[in-house]
Design a protein around this ligand. Structure first.
Ligand code: NAP
Length: 555
């Protein structure tokens, strides 16, 4: 007799849970959903796991969070057995890790690759979501988890004259295999984390590199190196305690801060502390070294001036150093970049910085890049122009909730969520690292784990109580949006001009898209939902009595 595995979902279109995305969030969510016995399928646009680490294959891509912590903690054996090679892992190493996790937990059988979701709608009668993929296949499920990532939807970017350009246009977010830029003339557009990494990596290989910069970033050296086995052994011996500590911090990392305001520290001591942070190689230290860096203009300038002095030391030509020095936004309101020798590339005769604020970009010609004052002959143009961050992957799917309301309409004036994890009017739909959760202000893996664990507890409760509908309350959502906005407004973040607020995408409504209160404090807000029987949600059990429905609300 053949026994049927009740969790075998190979041909199943009728499920308990659909998870969208097989990056780090989707993989962990699948593993935990299986643990609850939920019939679950993950729908993934790519052909393999890894999410943003699958798509982004540009030269020089290295993580800016140390590998000891940019990894899962949910399985002790996994974190003990995996050996990281470098302090900061490369894209290849992180993708290998993701593949290892997929194999180790037999996740692939639950993932439909090459399956991009295009729309999903909530059926208020059936109390189920219908999810439609690019092939027209309709799957239904009671619950949907959006594990679509925060930096996964590239900003749409088409340069004037792109179609007439005879060379290669390369997008960092979809880097093709087999590209060789050796000996070529290359222009890199963009000087965020991505552009800085690409430019640094290719500078000594190309014939000439033009770095096209509109807004300079703050960047610090990452001092990457192979990991010391003794340190690895020590970390592994203390992993549970270290991970638990990470959950209590602002950013999901353990970074030494002084706990003091800048003004309370004598100037010589300030400099010594900042020198120490520079030598350390963990860029995010600069955000937390002093308590008031992101709260007070004067304090902010201390860090900004220190980093500007480093640029002057590292770049031989004073004019180039001046152009590379950030201005016009407070330090920390754009994500700090971490590099492997970025400023030194400008001392090479074969690297030219093109300041697009002085000479704006016009577009591409048949043979190169045209600015308002010059024409640069190039063989290839690299677009490192960033993402429609945090909300982009969600807004590219048509999501229709209660009463036919579209998520894009609900968010027309800015993303709104209940604690970053659910949306009023969109029952049984959950977001991992959604807008107004700490997400991009943290080590995102720590944020992912926090959300998956919390959702697992919720879904377990739903199963035990036979709940049909879980829906964020509009008043709870409103309160969270206000709280998140107020916290952001108490910092310098609202003066930033980056993807943190949506300012990098034309027409995108502005709102600080991540919760600035920190992972630790946020964890307490989430925990309050669980321990107080979910006051921010309506939990409904719908019992069928003959033809009529009787609804029971738990709260
Ligand atoms: P980004 O920080 O948004 O930078 C995009 C760059 O492209 C900016 O310099 C931007 O200039 C420029 N740009 C965009 N449109 C332009 C236009 N029309 N004309 C001229 N310049 C234009 O994007 P990203 O570098 O991809 O980084 C995004 C985030 O991804 C990072 O902040 C980081 O969180 C993450 N990331 C992490 C790593 C890592 O782990 N090491 C690596 C890469 C990315 P303006 O600012 O003037 O618009």
């Amino acid at each position: 007799m053949t026994t049927i595995d009740p969790l075998d979902t190979r041909e199943d279109l009728d499920l308990d849970l659909i998870i969208i995305g097989a990056g780090f969030a989707g993989m962990m969510a699948l593993h935990h959903a299986r643990g609850l016995g939920l019939r679950t399928v993950v729908l993934e646009a790519g052909d393999d796991v890894g999410g943003t680490w699958y798509w982004n294959r540009y030269p020089g891509l290295t993580c800016d969070i140390e590998s000891y912590f940019y990894s899962y903690s949910f399985d002790e054996q996994l974190q003990q057995e995996w050996e990281w090679r470098d302090r900061y892992a490369t894209q290849e190493e992180i993708l290998s890790y993701a593949r290892h996790v997929a194999d180790r937990f037999a996740l692939r059988s639950g993932i439909r690759f090459g399956t991009r979701v295009v729309s999903q709608a909530y059926d208020e009668t059936a109390l189920r979501w219908s999810v439609i993929d690019e092939h027209g296949v309709v799957r239904t499920a009671r619950f949907v988890i959006m594990a679509t990532g925060v930096l996964s939807a590239p900003k749409e970017m088409r340069l004037e004259g792109e179609a007439t350009f005879g060379g290669q246009v390369l997008r960092t977010t979809h880097w093709p295999d087999g590209v060789d830029l050796t000996g070529k003339k290359v222009a890199v557009l963009g000087t965020g984390s991505t552009g800085i990494q690409v430019s640094t990596e290719i500078a000594d290989k190309v014939e000439h590199l033009y770095v096209l910069q509109r807004t300079p970033s703050f960047s610090v050296p990452n001092h990457n190196r192979p990991l010391d086995p003794a340190q690895t052994a020590e970390v592994k011996a203390n992993y549970p305690a270290l991970r638990a500590h990470c959950r209590t911090t602002l950013d999901g990392l353990i970074l030494p801060g002084t706990g003091r305001n800048t003004a309370d520290v004598p100037v010589e001591e300030q400099l010594a502390i900042l020198e120490d942070a520079w030598a350390d190689g963990r860029g995010f230290r600069f955000d937390v070294t002093f308590e008031d860096t992101l709260l007070d203009d004067g304090a902010n300038r201390v860090v900004a001036d220190f980093l500007a002095s480093k640029i002057r030391q590292l770049v031989d030509d004073p004019e180039t150093a001046r152009r590379l020095t950030p201005s016009g936004y407070p330090f920390g309101t754009r994500r700090i970049c971490m590099d492997a020798g970025y400023y030194a590339i400008f001392n090479r005769p074969t690297t030219t910085l093109v300041d697009l604020r002085e000479t704006p970009l016009v577009g591409l010609t048949a043979t190169g890049v045209q600015t308002t004052t010059e024409h640069l002959e190039v063989d290839a143009v690299v677009l490192a122009t960033g993402y429609d961050a945090v909300t982009g992957a969600l807004s590219r799917i048509e999501i229709v909730g209660r009463d036919g309301r579209r998520l894009s309409d609900h968010w027309a004036e800015g993303a709104r969520t209940m604690k970053g994890i659910a949306v009023a009017g969109f029952p049984n739909l959950f977001l991992i690292t959604g807008p107004l959760s700490p997400s991009v202000f943290t080590n995102v893996i720590a944020s992912i784990e926090q959300h998956v664990e919390w959702l697992t507890t919720l879904l377990e409760h739903a199963k035990a109580e036979q709940l049909d509908e879980i829906e964020a309350l509009p008043e709870a959502e409103e309160a969270w949006v206000r709280h998140s906005d107020e916290l952001a407004a108490s910092t310098l973040h609202t003066r930033g001009t980056s993807w943190f607020s949506g300012a990098n995408v034309e027409g995108k409504p502005r709102r600080i898209l991540a919760y600035v209160g920190g992972l630790g404090a946020y964890g307490e807000h989430l925990a309050a939902e669980t321990t107080q029987d979910y006051p921010g949600f309506a939990l409904r059990r719908v019992q069928t009595v003959g033809a009529a429905h009787s609804d029971t609300e738990e709260n």
